[in-house]
Design a protein around this ligand. Sequence first.
Ligand code: TXA
Ligand code: MG
Length: 352
Amino acid sequence: MTEILKLDPLHPDPAIIHKAAQIIHTGGLVAFPTETVYGLGANALDSHAVQRIFLAKGRPANDPLIVHIQNKDWLESIVRNFPPQTEALVNHFWPGPLTLIFPRKEIIPPNVTAGGENVAVRAPSHPVAQALLAACGVPIAAPSANRFGHTSPTQAKHVLEDLGGRIDLVLDGGDCSIGLESTVLDLTQNPPVILRPGGIPREEIERIIGKVLLATKSPEMEEVLPSPGLLQRHYSPNSTLILVENTSGNRASAIKVMLDFVLKAQKEVQKPIGILTVNEETHHYESFHQLEVISLGSVNNLQEIGRNLFAGLRTLEQAGVEVILTTDFGEEGLGLAIRDRLRRAASQIIRI
Ligand code: TXA
Ligand code: MG
């Protein structure tokens, strides 16, 4: 049985937080909201509890977990040494959606880091996550609270859809405000390498510490080998996602490709087709039958698009669409993380 407890995201009830902390202390699993996505938490210092995370998610043991701490003062207990950029980064971005990779201390069990020498650490800003960490007094290992390979949860009901019956408690603190996972930055390399673009844009990091590299397999960007856990296909909905990747930035030609595709696909596919679009462009799809159209927000508001992306994918998949069609939104700011998640979810990419 999975218990679900609702709480005020800004002023979480101490009695509920206390109950969640007790579950963590006794080796259980608690899903909790963070500003990025919901996490599936266990005591990071208890290897048996950590093992339960891998089992509940169906996650392969070679994919390491992020350790969550309340603030930078906790770093010393789990990290062997700090690269020079640490101070400026944590002062600027913590608590918040930035995960940093450091050499780990022995206190971190090997299954947290998938046997590796480095540990990923972040201090989440969400008041529920902060309260839970304060009440626990131990670091919490937490991946996104979805079944392995599925879209990350941005609402408590998404967690229940994927993990109901497999974990002890879900703290329901409403919708996540960022909706995209944290940026993962490897500080053990110089210059540091972004292993996963996320809630803190590359440009903001570079403003604080100068040039960073981007781990990617795509030829137009710097080449660095990604970490073992960075599987190409991840975050996928159950429907087939087709991404029209708009490298030119010309929205009109992306819309034309989408409309041509819909016309062709409607002849072949019997079920409705899903469209993920933006407020300014929904009218293009109004004259079609058998389309499920979802707007992610305004084309000029990447925060809004990022916040609604995963929920939009889940809604379309639940509507039973066979195919979802969408475009990306460039690579500036949060656009890079949005493109990354769409690429990982896509079965097919049409580059224009
Ligand atoms: O926003 C987030 O980061 C959310 C919330 C819950 O904090 N967590 C999250 O965790 O997205 P997860 O497990 O779904 O993704 C963690 C990513 C994976 O791509 C993993 O490979 C990478 O971080 N990672 C974790 N530890 C690592 C390490 N020691 N070295 C390299 N990559 C690591
Ligand atoms: Mg994940």
